[in-house]
Every structure is written in C-alpha cells, then in structure tokens.
Design a binder for this molecule. Structure first.
Ligand SMILES: Cc1cc2nc3c(=O)[nH]c(=O)nc-3n(C[C@H](O)[C@H](O)[C@H](O)COP(=O)(O)OP(=O)(O)OC[C@H]3O[C@@H](n4cnc5c(N)ncnc54)[C@H](O)[C@@H]3O)c2cc1C
Length: 375
C-alpha cells in the first residue's frame, strides 16, 4: 500500500499534523497503536506558557507563547471543520502562594516574567478571594496570569479526529515496528502484523515511545510518569480559574472544565513505562488539592489515571528534519504537548508538504543534541 505521507502515532500531534497535511491536498495515512496509551487523553489541558516557564528555558517560553497566540484562530477553525467544540477555555490562571517561601518564589517568577516582557499582576489575599472565593483562606498571595488558558484535551482530540477524517485522512490501527529506509532516505514503514506502507515522507509522532524505535540515530525521548485525577462537582460551587500551588515542595494544579469536571494533577515520576495509579499518588494529590481549594474534597472522585509525558534532556520538543531524508520528527513535547499542538502541526505540515521551515522551531531540531548513533 502506498500513501503520500505516513504519520506514525495518532495522539494530538500526529492527528493535528495529519489534518493540516490533508488540508494541503496530500494523501495522508495515520498508523497508530493503542490510543489508551496516549498522553493526549491523560493530560490536564493547561495552555500555560507563563506558569509552566522555568528560569533556564527561555527559548521554550518563546515557543510556548507563540503557540498560545495560535490558539484563538486554531480553535475556531477546528470547531468549524469538526462540527464540535474543541473545549478552549479563556479563563486566567492563578499561581498561588500558601507560605512565605512560596510568596518569595512567586515574586521571583513575577520579576523574571516581567523581564521577558510578560508582566503578571500580583494579587493580595483579599484581591484573590474576591476573584476566586473557593481558594483557601491560608493562601497569602497570587500571580494572576491572564493568558494562561486551558482546553479540554479529550474534546480537542476528538475534534481533531473528526476534522482529520472529514479532510480525508485514513487511520489504520497497528504498531509500526520499523521505519524502512534505503541509502539514507525513508521508503515507508513495516507494521508488527507484517503489512507495510510505502511512503517517501514519514512523520514520527509517537509520544513517549519515540525513544524506543529501531532507527539509525538516537532519539533522546523518555517517559515521565504523571498521575492525574478527575473530580466531578455536583451541587457544590465550581472553580472559575485554573489554580496552581506548591505544597510541601510539590506542585499541584486544579483545572476546571465548563461541564463541572475538575482535573487535579500531577505527579512527576521517572519510572519508565509504569502505569500504576498508587495509593500514595492519589492521597497526595487529594490532600494538596483540598489544602488549596477545600471544596474539592466534596466532589466525586470520577477517575484516576497515569500517563507518560514524552520528555527530552532539555524539556523541549524535537521538531523537524532527522538524519534520514524524508523522516520528520514531532516528538518530545513533554509537559506542553496540548499547548503546542496547533503550532507544531503547522510547523511540521509546512516542512513536510512544502519544505518551508519555520524559524521559530530552529532551536528545537534534533541536531542540537550530540550525535550518538547506534552501530
Ligand atoms: C499527567 C500529564 C499531564 C499533562 N498535562 C498537560 C497540560 O496540562 N498541558 C499540556 O500542554 N500538556 C500536558 N501534558 C503533555 C501532553 O499530554 C503531551 O505532551 C502530548 O499529549 C503528547 O502528544 P503526542 O501526540 O506527542 O503523544 P501521545 O498522545 O502519547 O500519542 C502517541 C501515540 O503514538 C502511538 N504509538 C507509539 N508508538 C507507536 C508505534 N510504534 N506505531 C504506531 N503507533 C505508535 C501511541 O499508541 C499513542 O497513541 C501532560 C501529560 C501528562 C502525562
């Protein structure tokens, strides 16, 4: 079987890229393994370039900000193409401080963000409670981040699958065992069931599995486990903002959805592909959530899941060309894969379909890592 572009992996990145490629008139096939393994269905859905920012990751901050700028237009276009709401919520985020140490950390973060051209407003305890009455009285101050939004990633993913299908993308269940190549050029893929696809252009979008493929070059992607809870409000009042806090050195976030769901996350664990939800993980998330937003303890505990963030050595994605001609990389989106989806899909589709490279993605090519080719 032959196709113009073969996309490996049907998570957010693979599906969005396939949609964008099909819109350009290409014949596109997605081969995807178990969608239940995908981080795209586990994520909390924060679109948070600012509150996810780390002092050492300025290039990533700029990529994430550019991604957020794409969201308004992207969500509208996707809603029209899919005929369903992709779940974008333009409510601000509150990064809150419960202890003097937290307050000092937030002040430092606020100063650094100001220096990056991203001023945030500091709220006193009274200002905070008039905006978000459900935050605990023990919280002393907060940073209000107007443009850290959220999106219901499951709705988004569903909308992308519908839009891709409507644009003519073919989806084939299966596991790609080998990317085939000849004389340094990709020629197609071989699946675990023995079948094969011939394609001169292949996009690798396999999330946390990306580091395990048999390729003639090293791809430094590893799984970082995260446990996440989904709570459901009944008659209880609901949070209006995403709230993020540090509690005893660990971060907890609470991300409200329009339909009464509250996502509470997440642990960060370097444990390979361990998918167990642990008593300790659930306990700590519920404890920390209640400490920051006490009413959350009254909600129904609807779901406990674990997933794998696709991490890289510098926490930034690996995008674009690879040492194999025709093989394009869209992996390693780590903690920001939902946020980055619209921008990354455009970058990859422009590169694959037209050979146009978006300079904003230049710092995120594979060749920033030392070449470490397996023999
Ligand atoms: C706990 C947690 C919370 C998160 N919260 C956020 C958040 O708030 N905001 C945010 O922006 N991001 C968040 N993320 C990160 C985000 O979920 C990921 O970066 C993003 O979903 C990655 O999407 P992907 O399409 O690259 O990979 P995935 O969604 O993992 O999809 C990869 C797909 O590839 C398939 N596959 C793998 N190998 C093969 C193969 N050999 N052949 C065929 N198919 C294959 C898999 O079966 C899977 O379906 C979170 C992640 C986790 C785990």
């Amino acid at each position: 079987m032959t196709t113009d572009v073969l996309v490996v992996g049907g998570g957010l990145v693979g599906t969005a890229t396939a949609w964008r490629l099909a819109q350009r008139g290409l014949d596109v096939t997605v081969v995807t393994g178990d969608l239940g393994r995908a981080a795209s269905g586990v994520a909390a859905g924060m679109l948070a370039p600012v509150t996810e920012a780390a002092f050492t990751e300025t290039p990533l901050l700029h990529l994430n900000l550019a991604a957020l700028d794409r969201w308004d237009g992207f969500a509208g276009e996707l809603a029209r193409a899919a005929g369903t709401d992709p779940g974008l919520r333009r409510h601000p985020t509150l990064s809150v401080a419960a202890t003097p140490d937290d307050a000092a950390r937030l002040r430092d973060l606020g100063r650094w963000l100001g220096a990056q051209g991203q001023p945030c407003q500091t709220l006193t305890s009274r200002e905070l409670r008039s905006r978000e009455p459900l935050v605990a009285p023990t919280v002393r101050s907060a940073l209000l981040v107007e443009r850290d939004w959220s999106c219901d990633n499951r709705r988004l993913w569903r909308a992308l699958r519908l839009a891709a299908e409507a644009a003519g993308v073919r989806t084939v269940p299966g596991t790609v065992e080998r990317v085939e190549h000849d004389d340094g050029r990709v020629t197609g893929v071989r699946l675990a069931d023995g079948s094969g696809w011939r394609a001169g252009r292949v996009v690798l979008a396999t999330g946390a599995d990306a580091g395990g493929h048999d390729l003639p070059f090293a791809l430094p992607v590893r799984p970082v486990k995260g446990q996440v809870l989904r709570l459901r409000a009944g008659a209880e009042p609901q949070l209006q903002h995403t709230v993020r806090a540090f509690s005893q050195g660990f971060e907890v976030y609470l991300v409200p959805r329009a339909d009464g769901e509250l996502v509470v996350g997440a642990t960060v664990e370097d444990r390979g592909f361990d998918d167990r939800v642990t008593a300790g993980g659930v306990y700590e998330l519920l404890r920390d959530a209640r400490r920051v937003v006490p009413v959350s303890a009254e909600y129904e505990l609807a779901e406990c899941r674990a997933g794998w963030r696709p991490a890289t050595p510098d926490n930034a994605p690996v995008l674009g060309p690879s040492p194999l001609d025709g093989l394009t990389l869209g992996v390693g989106l780590y903690r920001n894969g939902v946020l980055l989806t619209p921008l990354v899909a455009d970058v990859l589709a422009g590169w694959v379909a037209e050979g146009v490279w978006d300079e904003r993605a230049e710092p995120f090519r594979l060749d920033r890592f030392p070449a470490d080719r397996p023999s």
